[in-house]
Design a protein around this ligand. Structure first.
Ligand code: PLP
Length: 384
């Protein structure tokens, strides 16, 4: 069969492709966006998992929008106004896909920061959207570029990850949040706020969602992969009900609904007395690993390798002197350390800045130290 046109130009995810190589014995992976499996709150989930066989009704077909008690929990927890609703998705990745399929026609223009989340580049690419890239600064998108883009082009939506961005770890300042919300309202651009790392803040003050400044102009995507486990594949989209309704329609055609037994398990987890403590432990561990990674970089890599300091999330962005980052990542793998080259996170190849995305949540402190020893050798070979 001939491939659909929409698929012909889509690159397979570099990260998913190298994941098996990154898991080979002896390789330390800083490549994936993996939480540490040892932190999975399985003990908190054990009772509800054991109870599942006593609840056959959970194994029946269910509502497309999700398991009603979980939807009610979200409605209360996130204090959704009466005019808003939610849909539970098979990971927030599916939420993104449902949004693209509901609101984008081939050729429509959408805005993303550059660099940006690879999974979103894939989704919007499959939807055949025309992606406008806006440069990212230390405190969020370049606002002048953003306004000029909104003012001169017909933009359907702006997709962004304001809390501990993937891949750079950047967290938008409060002023940028307010300004972006105002611009989205002024130019009638929908703001798609993807916040899978929001709860992983280990430093600095909590900041309001961008959507809290433009609630009628936005959709929020949440994920339970980083704070519970990725394997349960559960995410959430919230926003005004007339924007959630089309997502329901697309999801009916996509997979009818997400796993109801897993939604029941998630509800019990979120309501468990020990859940807050679990998040505290997670933040403490990731903060320690982040500091260890930073110290190792300062000690072992040349001063020309620069890191953006982060206050949370799972990644740092290591800027390198001019070099071929794809070749460097390949050599790194041969030297037993998996990293992701910056090129995979850019829509437009000509604007790629030489950098690596490094994950600090999966490897332990000794592994992080060894990984940077290995990376130092590779950088010496490639960045003269
Ligand atoms: C920014 C961003 N959005 C969405 C996702 C997908 O998350 P989920 O596992 O909920 O599908 C990821 C996963 O790494 C991500 O980094």
């Amino acid at each position: 069969m001939k491939l659909a046109k929409s698929l012909q130009e889509i690159q397979p995810s570099y990260i998913r492709e190298i994941l098996s190589a990154a898991c080979a014995p002896g390789v330390i992976s800083l490549a994936g966006g993996l939480p540490d499996a040892k932190t999975f709150p399985l003990a908190l989930m054990a009772k509800s998992l054991i109870d599942l066989p006593n609840q056959p009704q959970l194994f029946q077909y269910g509502n497309t929008a999700g398991y009603t008690p979980l939807l009610e929990h979200f409605s209360n927890y996130y204090q959704l106004p009466a005019s808003h609703s939610s849909i539970i998705c098979t990971g927030s990745q599916q939420g993104l896909d449902l949004i693209a399929r509901s609101f984008i026609n081939p050729g429509d223009s959408i805005v993303m920061e550059a660099p940006s989340y690879l999974g979103a580049i894939q989704v919007f690419g499959l939807a055949q959207a025309n992606i406008e890239s806006i440069s990212q600064r230390a405190d969020g998108p370049d606002l002048e570029e953003l306004e000029s883009c909104f003012a001169t082009k017909d933009i359907t939506l702006f997709y962004a990850v304001p809390d501990f961005h993937n891949p750079t770890g950047v967290c938008w300042s409060i002023d940028v949040r307010k300004k972006v919300a105002q611009l989205c309202q002024q130019y009638n651009v929908a703001f798609i706020e993807d916040v899978p790392y929001r709860e992983l803040r280990f430093k600095g003050e909590f900041l309001p969602l961008v959507s809290s400044f433009c609630p009628e102009n936005s959709l929020v995507l949440r994920s339970f992969s980083k704070i519970a486990t990725p394997g349960i594949r559960l995410g959430l989209v919230t926003g005004r009900s007339d924007w959630i309704a089309p997502l329901n329609k697309v999801k009916q055609a996509a997979d009818l609904h997400s796993s109801i037994p897993m939604q029941a398990v998630l509800l019990n987890l979120l309501q468990h007395d020990g859940f807050e403590q679990h998040l505290e432990v997670l933040r403490g561990l990731y903060s320690e690993r982040y500091k260890a990674l930073l110290d190792n970089i300062a000690l072992k890599l040349p001063a020309s390798c620069e890191v953006n300091e982060v206050n949370g999330g799972m990644f740092i962005w290591l800027s390198l002197p001019d070099c071929d980052v794809n070749a460097l990542a390949q050599t790194a793998l041969e030297h037993g350390v998996a990293v992701v080259p910056s090129s995979v996170f850019y829509q437009e190849r000509e604007n790629v800045k030489p950098a690596l995305r490094l994950n600090f949540t999966n490897a332990n402190i000794d592994e992080l130290s060894e990984a940077i020893d290995r990376l130092a050798k590779v950088i010496e070979i490639h960045c003269k």
